[in-house]
Design a protein around this ligand. Structure first.
Ligand SMILES: O=C(O)CCC(=O)C(=O)O
Ligand SMILES: [Fe+2]
Length: 346
């Protein structure tokens, strides 16, 4: 698994002032897409504190939101402020480091981790207006410290704390979601013993011709559940709903949570992953941190037998390693990966 090396967009913008857009970044298709005006829609808000108190009303709301939206903002979560703020400042400071220093953590051949970009599989493919740092964070034995920045000084210890705290929330949400689907909470939890977490830190430089580029191509996440933190005040995340893009207005201090492809496969389509993308600001940089949660690498990925017992399976069953290999070896294009995982009905 690997992604072809591409230039740093941040370095390119620093060199040109950001008003030059090389052809490989021009995305005319994005400009014609319909975007719902801001203020018209807001993704639902779920209160984590209420879920923890076994509040039946809040978990019923969560069930409705998972079926109807696949995206929500999680408030009142338990990650301490200093961990959240520490993570934000570590990431901002990492991307402020000189280009040469960041290159010390660059991706290597046949590896996904590190500083660079993902899903670049051909030399003529269009590119996203972003640089990323992608790291395996859980279980700890999966970490490759070679790619973990040692600058700023607290980066590693902060990411260690952040990753554990966010994993804890994801596991707890997954247990509630399993219950909401009439499953034993262990049904999903058992597959997540030594569950995998990876963290993708996204840096979107400004682009004076922002409507001509895309920060993150339309995609659904491949995992079970993603928790995204907005690092600064610049908005850019949009979700696809009823055929239009809906901008997400982040609530201060909330996590943006979304259902991934593996959840859709596990539940045979009861909860669906939602297509989303990131757009770029003309004047200001934007940063976000996505934490992806997947079952153990030894788990089988296919419809859960508890759900598929009385209905046709709509998705293939593959081992987790094969699933990851398939996901990372193609261009990200909406939900096309999940479509390839569907069983064709005759
Ligand atoms: O930048 C964002 O807000 C979204 C990032 C995202 O979709 C991802 O990392 O998968
Ligand atoms: Fe995503």
């Amino acid at each position: 698994m690997e992604s072809l090396p591409v230039p740093s967009v941040q370095a390119m913008v620093a060199a040109t002032g950001g008003d030059v857009v090389p052809p490989r970044y021009l995305r005319p298709e994005a400009a014609v897409d319909m975007v719902i005006g801001s203020g018209e829609a807001q993704i639902p808000i779920i209160d984590y504190g209420k879920l923890q108190m076994d509040n039946g009303e809040e978990s019923a709301r969560l069930h409705g939101v998972c079926q109807d939206w696949g995206f929500f903002q999680l408030i009142n979560h338990s990650v301490p402020d200093d961990v959240v703020e520490g993570m934000k400042s570590s990431i901002q400071r990492f991307f402020q480091l000189p280009a040469e220093t960041k290159k010390g953590f660059a991706q290597e051949r046949r590896q996904l981790e590190g500083y660079g970009q993902l899903f670049v599989v051909s030399e003529d493919q269009k590119l996203d207006w972003a640089d990323i740092l992608y790291l395996n964070t859980q279980p700890p034995e999966d970490r490759n410290m070679r790619f973990w920045p040692d600058q700023p000084a607290k980066f590693r210890s902060t990411l260690d704390k952040y990753s554990a705290a966010v994993k804890h929330i994801a596991d707890s949400l997954l247990a509630t979601m399993a219950k909401n689907l009439g499953l034993e909470p262990e049904t999903i939890a058992d597959k997540c013993v030594s569950g995998i977490q990876s963290v993708r830190m996204n840096y979107y430089p400004p682009c004076l011709q922002a409507d001509k580029v895309v920060g993150f191509s339309p995609h659904s996440d491949s995992d079970l559940l993603t928790l995204v933190m907005q690092v600064n005040h610049v908005q850019g995340l949009q979700i696809k709903r009823n055929g239009s893009w809906v901008p997400v207005k982040p609530v201060e201090g909330a996590f943006i949570v979304n259902i991934g492809d593996i959840f859709e496969i596990f539940t045979n389509g009861r909860y669906r992953s939602i297509e989303h993308r990131a757009v770029v600001d003309p004047k200001e940089e934007r940063l976000s941190v996505a934490a992806f949660h997947s079952p153990s690498i030894h788990a089988v990925i296919g419809p859960l037998k508890e759900i598929a017992a009385c209905e046709d399976e709509a998705y293939k069953t593959v081992d987790h390693e094969e699933f990851m290999r398939l996901f990372f070896s193609a261009k990200l294009e909406g939900k096309s990966f999940l479509d390839r995982m569907k069983l064709k009905r005759s």
